[in-house]
Design a protein around this ligand. Structure first.
Ligand code: ISL
Length: 521
């Protein structure tokens, strides 16, 4: 495979900078911390790092409220440090992916401040969606759209106008029909590609374009006023021309139930890849997972794009907690206060799921802490920071529970971290897991090493093997076979020469419940 095709098979590690590693001991992760852990990441065996937004930000939404795309937030470091980090990682064979948030900016971004100052009717306001309200005195929002975090998607200003924000009020939506908005983002892409980044993750990629009439939402009406509008494809085609100048690649955050609509973003002149959220939100059930895998491969094939496999990220319940819960369906990935979890069961399944996702064809994402088997944390209510919690009126725990700073060592850090680590987290410390061959970290290291050295893994041929309905079994080139038992009873393994790796012990040659194995046949 040519070197420029690295993204078709890469194992990509998501770094939530604020919670990764804290070098200056102020309780918040930073770039110096990432640089200090590059050898850990190289040893883990990942081929690229995706950094969640590290730009100047008031952190009203964990950095997804960007005040300046060309400045690193001083809490994290400096641009010069980011450049060093990109180069040092590259020297270790690790590429960098930055996170671009094109749907909105921070309310502290110079454009929005200028728009507020310039007042109604000004050209500055045309970069956003400012509107008069409805009702006798404009006291009602311009339309009935609800924000992704709950509540109306509009906020009224003292001058009477309202502005649109699909997320928090501190995240005003940009007007993508405006040429300056397009120009600015292409300049920002160039800015980061010039600094050596290999790829860009596109936040909320299907939400940028809005119906210019900003009509009320009507269930089932096509096209949707702001999700997956056709205008987006022209935007991404011109982004692709920029990326191609640098051999840069895109991964889109595209949550769409319709696979044909989803695949449009992956046409050869648009985005290279998109996250596979249907796999992430699929419960631990052989038939459902098999269907999700089939559907994923079928939707990618016509456009020639590789699939991606994602078990968790900074927005969803951590894998070991999710797989230890009873309920199924999409709520499964969403967050609920006080849902009982069987962590031992969830961990066993998460280990098997790791072997499953790492053996499937395409690229794969690992979210920081997944390799440590961290569970979701129930954050004390008075420590929650996520706007999703507050916008839900306190009913939704929000997403902080998967964003707790990583435990590197069994000794707690000198300064308490910005989100508190639970008292039992020393047991998950990376330095302790490194020495334990049975740990989640050892499993991930071994699996990622095999994935790199065995050419049959990554993008390429895939075929199901006949198996019991509760078992997922498939072949990859070079005689590689992955078998995962989701049933209650141990099952026999296909005839094989060698067990390469197992997520748990085999018993009398049988594969126990909730266990996965890689074989060579
Ligand atoms: O669009 C959705 C469903 O149709 C949402 O799920 C949406 O894609 C998702 O919430 C977007 O998440 C991303 O953007 C947010 C940020 O808070 C998240 O952390 C980020 O991953 C706003 O920038």
């Amino acid at each position: 495979m040519p070197a420029t095709d690295w993204w078709r098979s890469a194992a990509i590690y998501q770094v939530y900078v604020r919670s990764f590693a804290d070098a200056d001991g102020d309780g918040t992760g930073d770039l110096a911390g990432v640089r200090a852990k590059l050898s850990y990441l190289a040893e883990l065996g990942v081929e690229a790092l995706w950094f969640t937004p590290w730009y100047l930000s008031p952190l009203a939404d964990g950095g997804y409220d960007v005040a300046d795309y060309r400045t690193i937030d001083p809490a994290f470091g400096t641009l010069a440090e980011a450049e060093k980090l990109i180069a040092e990682a590259r020297a270790l064979g690790i590429r960098t992916i930055v996170d671009i948030v094109p749907n909105h900016v921070s309310d502290q971004h110079p454009w929005f401040r200028a728009a507020l100052a310039a007042g109604p009717g000004s050209p500055e306001r045309e970069l956003f969606h400012f509107k008069e309200g409805r009702g006798e005195h404009g006291e009602l929002p311009p339309n009935d759209w609800e924000g992704e975090f709950g509540g109306t998607a509009w906020t009224r200003l003292p001058d009477g106008q309202w502005y649109l924000h699909l997320f928090a009020p501190q995240q005003p939506d940009l007007n993508w029909a405006h040429p300056a908005v397009r120009q600015e983002h292409e300049d920002v892409l160039r800015f980061w590609f010039e600094r050596g980044v290999a790829g860009v993750r596109i936040d909320s990629a299907a939400l940028l374009a809005k119906d210019p009439a900003l009509p009320d939402f009507v269930e089932g009406r096509d096209p949707h006023p702001y999700v997956d509008r056709d205008e987006l494809h022209d935007i991404y085609r011109s982004w692709r021309r920029v990326a191609d100048e640098y051999d840069g690649v895109f991964v889109g955050e595209v949550w769409l139930p319709d696979s044909e609509r989803f695949a449009r973003y992956l046409r050869p002149d648009e985005l290279h890849t998109a996250f596979n959220f249907s796999f992430l939100s699929c419960p631990w059930d052989a038939a459902l997972l098999r269907a999700s895998i089939d559907e994923t491969l079928a939707e990618h094939a016509p456009v020639g794009a590789p699939a991606t496999w994602v078990l968790c990220n900074h927005d969803v319940t951590r894998t070991v907690t999710r797989y230890g819960r009873e309920e199924t369906g999409f709520e499964f990935a969403a967050k609920v206060f006080g849902t009982p979890t069987d962590l031992a069961l969830g961990t066993r399944r998460a280990r098997a799921a790791a072997l499953l996702s790492l053996a499937l064809p395409g690229a794969v994402y690992v979210y920081q802490g997944e390799e440590l088997g961290l569970p979701e944390v129930e954050i004390p209510r008075d420590r929650i920071e996520d706007p999703m919690h507050f916008r839900s009126g306190g009913t939704d725990p929000g997403r902080d529970g998967c964003r707790v700073p990583l435990p590197w060592d069994p000794e707690p850090p000198a300064a308490e971290s910005w989100l508190p680590q639970p008292p039992d987290w020393p047991a998950y410390a990376a330095s302790a897991q490194e020495r334990d061959p049975g740990s989640m970290l050892s499993l991930y290291r071994a699996a990622l090493r095999l994935r790199r050295t065995e050419p049959g893994f990554g993008d390429g041929e895939f075929g199901w093997l006949p198996s019991a309905s509760e078992v997922l079994a498939f072949t990859r080139p070079g005689g590689l076979v992955c078998v995962v038992n989701l049933g209650r009873e141990p099952v026999e393994l296909p005839g094989h020469r060698e067990v390469l790796l197992a997520s748990g012990g085999l018993r009398d040659g049988l594969l126990p419940s909730d266990t996965g194995v890689w074989l060579r046949v």
